[in-house]
Design a binder for this molecule. Structure first.
Ligand code: FDM
Ligand code: MG
Length: 220
């Protein structure tokens, strides 16, 4: 079935803690959208392929050390270096499904609890990036994440860090959070197919509304 003409693509972000099932769900969502005739691309941050992405990857593997503010700004730059390409894709009718975005960016950095690295500080350089049409938050408590086979050995894959990250995420999406209305929260502790069905129930509608022109302009 040929893809239908669309007014623009949608921009959907999938967020959550490590082990919440983001990559699995991004893939399933892309496959379903594609099967239903949408032009769709999966992307993710950090994008470890660019020179800056390689620096980030090396930091996460503890192969290089870096100041906490400096690595924060590299994560941000890694989004900015892709921002124009993303806008172009969306304008050309591609729906983007993105594995992590600046929400991870601000909460992981703020979870370090440095007096000079507040959530507000972390947010500043992210302002102006393309704003998603919907952010799916796969909610899993760190206890359940550990039971799933636990964490790998990258920098932030530690229980205490994950607990603080979750608290900060819940603050972002809770009442009073600046972008709380962007979020759609899904209980990620249930089976893969049930999680996929919940995501589809929301994202299917959003993508069709956006592509059909019944949605706001891409914000920033
Ligand atoms: N992470 C991810 C950040 O600290 N800042 C960011 O801006 C982004 C996008 O990098 F611990 C953290 C989150 C995670 C690590 O991400 C690598 P993946 O998705 O597990 O590869
Ligand atoms: Mg990880």
């Amino acid at each position: 079935e040929p893809a239908k003409p669309v007014s623009r693509g949608a921009f959907i972000v999938v967020e959550g803690l490590d082990r919440a099932g983001k990559s699995t769900q991004v893939k399933k969502l892309c496959d379903r959208l594609y099967a239903e005739g949408h032009n769709v691309k999966a992307i993710g941050f950090p994008d470890r392929t660019s020179p800056i992405g390689k620096m980030i990857s090396s930091y996460l593997k503890s192969q290089t050390e870096m100041d906490d503010h400096a690595i924060h700004l590299l994560f941000t730059t890694n989004r900015w270096e892709k921002a124009q390409w993303m806008k172009d894709q969306i304008a050309h009718g591609y729906t983007l499904i993105c594995d992590r975005y600046y929400y991870s960016g601000i909460v992981y950095s703020a979870a370090k609890q440095l007096p000079s690295l507040s959530l507000a500080w972390a947010r500043q350089p992210e302002v102006g990036l393309p704003r998603p049409d919907r952010v799916v938050f796969l909610d899993l408590d760190p206890e359940a994440a550990v039971k799933r086979g636990g964490y790998g050995d990258e920098k932030y894959e530690k229980r205490e860090m994950q607990e603080r990250v979750r608290e900060l995420f819940l603050g972002l999406l809770g009442r009073g959070g600046e972008e709380s209305s962007d979020f759609f929260v899904v209980d990620a502790s249930v089976g893969v197919e049930d999680v996929a069905a919940s995501i589809w129930g929301e994202v299917g509608k959003v993508v069709n509304a956006v592509e059909g022109g019944k949605w706001l302009e891409l914000g920033s």
